[in-house]
Design a protein around this ligand. Structure first.
Ligand SMILES: [Zn+2]
Length: 330
């Protein structure tokens, strides 16, 4: 104990001596003429952001340069009522609305495809109906606006397509322009010849096949118990009177890709592929398919269609199918 105290006392004395010496020396040091401080050169590393690191040449995303039209079917009427598309009511409450389910599918698929570089257009972005002719006019406007040069006849067509597009109020399936009766097969007749102007549009659209496609999204209904995904495409034998230059092989290729990848991602069976001249497939000539993702009339399918995890899974199925169609690695 005592030895320790002595050690501490010695240390204290030593420290005091050092301190005294420093105080003596200090004024001497200060007697030297003050040296102009070196100018502070700002250094790169002092900036709050790190200096840019050279980025390696970025690889393009799988769907860069590709355009996908997603068409969620149906929608509410102008009064907000669900007039079109399948609805299921239980105890007076809506438990299923096709228009809303397919919109949720389309919105999620849009995000997924855009994240992989695609440009995605929706034919409707809210719960209200977009007139079916309006949807087709949107496709034709795209084709015309991306055609150079646009000569007089095609320019006039663009004006009319714009009028059709604008002629549908939100939630309406009726046009105010009436022009759709000129350009489309309406009212539908299997024996109707195609208008030369419509044929010119269809021929024009064939040129976009390697970078543009169209997918219509629906859910199915049946009085009998059916289950699973059906995919439809238009061929050149179903309606030979109207048009016989649909891109049948490409339509089939897209339908088969969707038929493979959607049932792979969501737990619904692959029901079948069929040819049909549905309006959404017949009234344009971009590679196209219409998907009925399961049967909302079947409670087992409906549980999957309304599962919160399904839009993500379906979006992945669509993404894989689009990659397969364009022959790019996902
Ligand atoms: Zn439908």
């Amino acid at each position: 104990m005592c030895a320790m105290k002595l050690k501490v006392a010695r240390l204290f004395t030593l420290s005091l001596l050092v301190l005294l010496c420093s105080t003596v020396v200090l004024p001497v040091t200060l007697a030297y003429p003050a040296v102009e401080p070196k100018p502070v050169v700002p250094q790169q590393s002092a900036t709050p952001f790190p200096s840019p690191v050279p980025v390696p040449t970025s690889t393009p995303l799988p769907l860069s340069g590709k355009v996908v039209f997603l068409d969620p079917g149906h929608g509410r009427d102008a009064n907000g009522k669900y007039k079109w598309g399948g609805c299921i009511t239980e105890d007076g409450a809506l438990v299923y609305v096709e228009a809303d389910i397919v919109l949720s599918f389309a919105l999620r698929a849009k995000q997924k495809l855009e994240a992989q570089g695609a440009t995605v257009y929706l034919t409707r972005e809210d719960s209200y109906m977009a007139g079916n002719y309006r949807r087709m006019a949107q496709l034709h406007i795209f084709a015309l606006e991306n055609t150079f040069p646009l000569d007089g006849e095609l320019r006039a067509l663009l004006t009319d397509m714009q009028a059709i597009y604008d002629g549908f109020a939100s939630g309406e399936n009726k046009s105010s322009s009436g022009l759709e009766k000129i350009y489309f097969n309406t009212p539908y007749r299997k024996t109707r010849n195609i208008r030369p102007a419509t044929k010119a549009l269809f021929d024009l659209e064939a040129a976009f096949a390697d970078r543009v496609l169209f997918i219509s999204l629906h859910t199915n209904a049946s009085a009998a118990v059916h289950s699973g995904t059906m995919v439809y495409y238009v061929d050149n034998k179903t309606n030979t009177k109207y048009y016989t230059n649909y891109q049948e092989a490409r339509n089939k290729k897209l339908a088969e890709a969707l038929f493979k990848y959607i049932p792979q991602e969501i737990s619904l069976p692959a029901q079948g592929i069929a040819r049909n001249d549905y309006f959404m497939l017949r009234e344009h000539n971009f590679p196209a398919a219409l998907v009925e993702v399961g049967y909302h009339s079947n409670p087992t399918d409906r549980a999957i269609l309304t599962d919160p995890a399904t839009p993500d899974k379906l979006a992945r199925g669509i993404y894989l199918a689009v990659c397969a169609y364009f022959e790019v690695a996902p």
